[in-house]
Design a protein around this ligand. Structure first.
Ligand code: ADP
Ligand code: UDP
Length: 239
């Protein structure tokens, strides 16, 4: 399968058409952004790591019964995916307080919740991805009530699967962002990516951050952290 015309260039990936109208090729870049594009940089090797990690985790989810857009990895940065219409919601699941949650509610980071939470942001760069509730999402026709229920069910199931997997790698899954999409027949599937760009991953033993917060917060050792988390993933998969 070959890339045809580029149909989109985002902050972290390029998206190409293919000969098959139902399939796309996504190509992962080393570009990194934070704070709605205000901070820009490069994380050398990130595209290769995010591509492989996202694909491995989506395979794991498929094996556990969660439908995803993943089809086939065709290069170190390139993957064939099912084309979907993205539901314009960022679905954020949290196990531990961090980031915007800690800031918004004035709590410290690292408070372990009794049960996970879910929230939605309206995926709209011009508005700065504002927090939105399910009623507002339905009112804005971003998704139906049924779709939102399906998305929440998948999001919590994905959390259980990924939390357990990362724990077996000595890594604590703090929070993460998901995007879902509709196939042509309306079926909801997990799309976009699952990577250190979209998850907070802390070394369970030391608490060391092994994710994009090293870039966002200028903590240093960004590339090393991406390599480290990839090594943990591969060890966890027994590769
Ligand atoms: P952004 O658009 O936020 O800058 P990316 O650089 O990751 O993000 O660009 C990838 C784009 O492709 C995103 O807008 C994402 O919603 C979209 N996308 C991800 N998976 C699919 C898919 N299977 N079908 C169609 N679009 C997708
Ligand atoms: N996240 C993401 N894309 C976004 C916003 C958040 O991938 O546009 C991820 C982020 O990496 C973290 C989780 O979602 O794992 C929760 O992020 P939060 O709301 O705390 O926002 P942040 O402080 O990262 O801006």
């Amino acid at each position: 399968m070959e890339k045809k015309q580029q149909i989109y260039e985002g902050k972290a990936k390029k998206v190409y058409a293919t000969d098959d109208p139902a399939l796309l090729i996504v190509s992962y870049k080393d570009d990194a952004t934070a704070f709605n594009g205000l901070k820009k940089g490069t994380i050398v090797g990130k595209g290769v790591i995010n591509n492989r990690m996202s694909n491995a985790l989506m395979c794991l989810l498929e094996q556990r019964g969660v439908p995803t857009h993943y089809v086939r990895e065709i290069g170190e940065r390139d993957t064939v995916v099912k084309k979907v219409t993205i539901v314009p919601l960022e679905v954020i699941v949290r196990n531990i307080s961090a980031g915007s949650f800690a800031k918004r509610y004035g709590t410290e980071e690292g408070i372990v919740f009794d049960s996970p939470t879910v929230e939605f942001s309206y995926k709209n760069d011009a508005l700065g991805d504002p927090l939105i509730n399910a009623y507002h999402a339905v009112a804005l026709k971003l998704a139906t009530r049924e779709e939102i229920e399906t998305i929440k069910t998948y999001a919590f199931r994905i959390n259980e699967i990924l939390k357990e997997f990362w724990l077996s790698c000595g890594v604590t899954l703090v929070d993460f962002k998901l995007e879902f999409g509709r196939l042509l027949d309306g079926t909801i599937v997990l799309a976009d990516e699952i990577s250190p760009d979209t998850c907070r991953l802390w070394d369970t033993a030391t608490g060391k951050k092994l994710d994009k917060d090293r870039f966002r917060r200028d903590l240093g050792g960004v590339e090393d952290a991406y390599q480290e988390i990839m090594g943990r993933l591969e060890a966890g998969l027994g590769r």
